[in-house]
Design a binder for this molecule. Structure first.
Ligand code: GLP
Length: 243
């Protein structure tokens, strides 16, 4: 694994954006795997800045997001459709035919998961997958479990994830209990993986996931087996490691 340590959140965001930008410059028709959560917001803002300066062109890029809540309409302000549109798609000219997310409003979740995996395969797979890291080690919404799930699937969110994400909803009862997420195999099939981590609250899980044993109880630990992973984190997130 390649670790890049930065002084703070803004430097982390710039570094992550530069890595994503290099991918787009080197392969203008690439497939970017994208993530939500608060951590990548700065990187998306930096990509927007590069686009506005005329340094980046997304016109041939396709995207595939990791996950989506079940039951939230696409215009709900906490849906990941809304988030991506707000922070990136609308800012860099990515149009509906270029972007892909699991559809959390689909009547048949199982069929939707199959459709989503087929969509990613039809795109030729993900070139660069961006990931955040949950406090319990989840990536996408792959929660701690007894096995590593393979493809896109329906998950019951754990209490700690519901709790963590409740800060974004009016009340905890409003947080969806389920989500659709790319599976571990889908994520591990990406050619390159970029993880962004920030803040002292992530320090214990950064240590456990990337320096501890590989176990489905800490889903992100599987990334240790991927041949091309870069973890960009600020000093606070790396504070419990020797980096
Ligand atoms: C959410 C998302 C994940 C994200 C994680 C961490 O539950 N499904 O993709 O990585 O939380 O979020 P944050 O970056 O806000 O800490």
């Amino acid at each position: 694994m390649n670790f890049v340590k930065t002084t703070d959140y803004d430097a982390m965001s710039r570094k992550a954006a530069h890595i994503i930008a290099s991918q787009v410059i080197l392969k203008p028709d690439c497939v970017l795997g994208l993530a939500t959560g608060s951590t990548p917001i700065g990187a998306y803002a930096e990509l927007t800045r590069m686009y506005e300066a005329g340094d980046l062109d997304f016109s041939r890029v396709h995207t595939a997001n990791l996950d989506e809540y079940v039951g939230l309409s696409h215009d709900h302000d906490q849906s990941y459709h809304y988030f991506m549109n707000l922070h990136l798609f609308s800012k860099v000219g990515l149009t509906a035919d270029q972007v892909n997310l699991p559809d959390g409003t689909a009547k048949d979740a199982k069929a939707e998961c199959i459709r989503y995996d087929q969509t990613i395969r039809a795109l030729g797979g993900v070139d660069l997958q961006l990931l955040g890291l949950g406090h319990n080690g989840h990536i996408g919404f792959n929660e701690p479990a007894d096995d590593f799930p393979a493809g896109t699937h329906l998950v019951d969110l754990t209490e700690s994830t519901i709790q963590a994400n409740s800060r974004l909803f009016e009340k905890k009862e409003d947080v969806p209990r389920q989500a659709l997420t790319m599976g571990i195999q889908t994520i591990m099939s990406a050619k390159k993986i970029l993880v962004v981590v920030s803040g002292a609250d992530k320090a214990p899980i950064v240590k456990e996931a990337f320096f501890g044993p590989i176990t489905p109880r800490v889903p992100a630990s599987i990334l240790q087996l991927h041949p091309d992973v870069t973890i960009v984190g600020d000093a606070a997130a790396f504070s419990q490691t020797d980096l």
